[in-house]
Design a protein around this ligand. Structure first.
Ligand SMILES: [Zn+2]
Length: 156
């Protein structure tokens, strides 16, 4: 694999990891409060204002907004950007360690999400299972893209 492809895959993985981290915090909150897991818009749980795309960028938005809702000023807990950053790091590290084994890599990612979701929301089994199905869907799409790129590069 050339340095170019390696860099592109690593950056895509970091972005995907941060998005999964951001959705994880949303899904975990919604599962625990029995709210729908898929909605058209993301909103502030305090004031209900729909958030713009700029206010949903993992980690960066939290820093730019000084950890407060842009509309009502409610504090956004520090654990949100920390979880997003943690996912980004986990995805980056597993990629660096296992990028030559794409199936293993994809398996590790989804396993981590399943373990964390059960750890956080096991008392809401129905919502947790729904959440796991959604995360599995995201990972299947990403894994398919990964495998196509690997196949195109002749690495499979
Ligand atoms: Zn708000």
């Amino acid at each position: 694999m050339t340095t170019y492809y390696f860099s592109v895959l690593l950056i895509c993985t970091l972005v995907f990891g941060s998005i999964i981290g951001a959705y994880f915090t949303t899904a975990e909150y919604r599962i625990r409060f029995d709210k729908p897991l898929i909605t058209k818009d993301c909103y502030c749980p305090e004031c209900g204002h729909v958030l713009s795309g700029l206010h949903q960028i993992p980690v960066i938005s939290w820093i730019a907004l000084s950890g407060k809702c842009h509309y009502c000023g409610t504090k956004i807990p520090l654990r949100y950007p920390l979880i997003e950053f943690g996912f980004t790091c986990f995805y980056g590290i597993t990629f660096l360690l296992f990028f030559t084994h794409p199936l293993f890599l994809c398996g590790l990612w989804i396993a981590a999400v399943i373990v964390l979701l059960f750890f956080r929301c096991s008392s809401h089994l129905r919502g947790t299972l729904k959440g796991i199905m959604i995360f599995t869907g995201y990972h299947l799409i990403y894994s398919a893209v990964f495998l196509i790129i690997y196949a195109a590069l002749g690495l499979l």
